[in-house]
Design a protein around this ligand. Sequence first.
Ligand SMILES: C[S@@+](CC[C@H](N)C(=O)[O-])C[C@H]1O[C@@H](n2cnc3c(N)ncnc32)[C@H](O)[C@@H]1O
Length: 262
Amino acid sequence: MSSEPLTTAIGHLYLVGVGPGDPELMTYKAVRILSEARVWAVPTARENGLSSARQIAEKMVPDNGRTILSLCFPMKKVYLGQETDNQLLSAWRKSADEVIRHLESGEDVAFPTLGDATLYSTAFYLLAMIQEQRPNIGVTVVPGITAMAACAASQSSPLALGNDVLAVVPAAFEDDRLRDILTTLDAVVLMKVHKRIDALIDLLDELGLCDCAVLTERSGMPEERVFTDIRQARGCTLHYFSTMVVRKKKVQVSHGSHAIAA
Ligand SMILES: C[S@@+](CC[C@H](N)C(=O)[O-])C[C@H]1O[C@@H](n2cnc3c(N)ncnc32)[C@H](O)[C@@H]1O
C-alpha cells in the first residue's frame, strides 16, 4: 500500500453578478454556474441577515441541497488608499478563511453579488483577502447587469451616447468633486444616494439639473419606486437600493434639416 498522502483538487471560486433585482435579468451563465456550485457564499449586511443577492438567485436556481455560507460584511465606508476599518478587515478575513476552507476541501464556491461584480461589490475585497493567503486560487468573474443599466432601461433612456462622457459616483461620500462632475460631464450616475438625498436635491437644484434627473429605488423589485420629479423625493426615507441617473442632453438625431428629439 502506498503511504502517499491523499490530495484533493482545490475548488474554483466564482464571483457571480446576479443583476439588480428582477431575476429575469440574471444571465444564463450566472444561472448555470450557481446551479452547479454546491457551495454558495452569500453576502449579508448583518450576522445571519438576509442576502439580497441570494434572494434574487434563488428565484432562478432551484435548491440542490447546496451549502450556504453566510458571510457578514458590515456596511462601512471604504476609502481606497486609506487604512481600512478594523471591523471590516476582520469580517473580510473571517469570510476569506471560511471560503478557503471549502475551496481546499475540493468544493467550488460561488459568490452571488448584486448587479455586476466589478462595480462597487464586496466580491473584490473578499477576493483580495483570499488571494493574500492563496494567490493561486482559480477565479472566474461572471458579469451581471448593473443597477444603473436597469434604471436607465426602465426609463427607455441611454446612459451615454455619441461623445457623452459618463461618470459613476458613489454619492454616500461627501466629495468636493461632485459639483465639478455634475457641472462638466454630460451624464452622471449617483449610487448609494439614500442617506444624502436632500443634499443631492439641493445641489442639483442649484445647478439647474433637477429636471435632468430620475431616481429609481429598488429597480426590478416588487417595491420599485421611480421619481421622475426628484424634488418629490425630498424628505423620503429611501431604501439603500436607490440610484439616480442625471442626463443633461436629450437624444437628438439629425436628418438633414430635421432634428428628432426623444
Ligand atoms: C454596493 S453597490 C452595488 C452595485 C452593483 N454591484 C451594480 O452593479 O449595480 C449598491 C448600490 O447599487 C445601487 N443598486 C443596487 N441595486 C439596485 C436596485 N435594484 N435599484 C436601484 N439601485 C440599486 C444603489 O445605488 C446601491 O446603493
